[in-house]
Design a protein around this ligand. Structure first.
Ligand code: PRP
Length: 297
């Protein structure tokens, strides 16, 4: 069965790392934005011959709104051209955080976007999706192959190289899943803080009952967006006498002035995976993604 990987130019580096690890030929999609903001996409297969039977599309869904239209156009076109297996590798999955109506009338975008992806693709592979109130990815994306991988073990290995016997803390209780995996991989002590979110940039963090004075602490979470969650946790830890606070996250969203907010809170280093391309990327996820692809078909 013929196979190929498609990617966009702005993600050429991580996509080609995956293509190499998975042994797939990689091709770039040409993308043009018209003055009225519509998109024109062009695929390379017109020049190189027939479409592959299995097509893997690499598209991380940070800044998602245009990208969801790209997926719609690409997937529908690929089907029309005879692609029989269509796999989305979206290291960051968008719209997973609105998983309930927090206030009456709010639209639960998680299941709507998840349903949209399930209609387009045969399989979706992602990393550390924000599944706080559901347990499995297929509850959000109703597919047999809805595969959630984790960046935590690789981040844990990096932390073990950089710090001596640190305390691994999640800034909220949902982060237990990541610090637990990291703790199992390294033997480091783990714990979680308690977070109360009052608004997009207004969170309060309460420390757990663990002695932190003089300790190196690494905050681990799935995502930093405004940066206020890790910033409030770091401030509380440094106030309590922590020797240092670093941050290890899977998804480097860092919206607006997030990095400045985190730095101002006294955080030392910030490490992330390459699920979202960012200057803090310290871990390549290609080997993990390639393994999941190999197990799939
Ligand atoms: O950098 P920030 O803008 O502070 O966002 C990052 C935080 O947001 C997410 O949790 P969220 O607060 O959505 O938690 P919830 O799912 O429990 O509501 C995520 O797990 C981080 O903890």
């Amino acid at each position: 069965m013929t196979r190929a990987l498609l990617h966009f130019q702005d993600e050429a580096a991580p996509a080609r790392r995956l293509a190499e690890a998975a042994g797939l030929p990689a091709h770039a999609v040409e993308r043009h934005r018209f003055p009225d903001e519509e998109l024109k996409l062009r695929l390379p297969f017109a020049e190189t011959g027939a479409f592959p039977e299995t097509l893997v599309l690499y598209r991380s869904l940070d800044r998602p709104n245009d990208k969801l239209v790209e997926l719609l156009l690409l997937a529908r076109h690929a089907r029309r051209q005879g692609v029989t297996r269509l796999v989305l590798v979206a290291p960051y999955l968008a719209y997973m955080r609105q998983d309930i109506a927090f206030h009456p009338g709010e639209i639960v975008s998680q299941t709507i976007v998840g349903g949209f992806l399930a209609e387009l693709f045969d399989a979706v592979i992602t990393v550390d999706p924000h599944l706080h109130r559901i347990e499995r990815l297929d509850q959000a994306i109703p597919l047999e192959h809805a595969i959630a991988l984790s960046g935590a073990p690789r981040l844990a290995a990096l932390i073990a190289e950089k710090r001596h016997a640190p305390l691994l803390l999640g800034p909220d209780e949902e982060a237990l899943q990541w610090v637990r995996q990291a703790g199992e991989a390294t033997g480091f002590e783990v714990g979680t803080c308690r977070k109360t979110r009052n608004g997009d940039r207004d969170v309060q963090v309460e420390l757990p009952d663990i002695a932190v004075a003089g300790r190196q602490v690494v905050l681990m979470d799935d995502v930093a967006s405004s940066g206020h969650t890790v910033a409030r946790a770091a401030e509380a830890l440094l106030d309590a006498g922590a020797a240092s606070v670093d941050v290890a996250i899977t998804h480097a969203l860092f919206a607006g002035d997030a990095l400045a907010v985190i730095e101002a809170a006294g955080v030392g280093e910030v490490w992330s995976t390459d699920c979202i391309a960012h200057g803090s990327n310290a871990i390549a996820m290609a080997p993990v993604l390639a393994e999941a692809l190999a197990a799939l078909y």
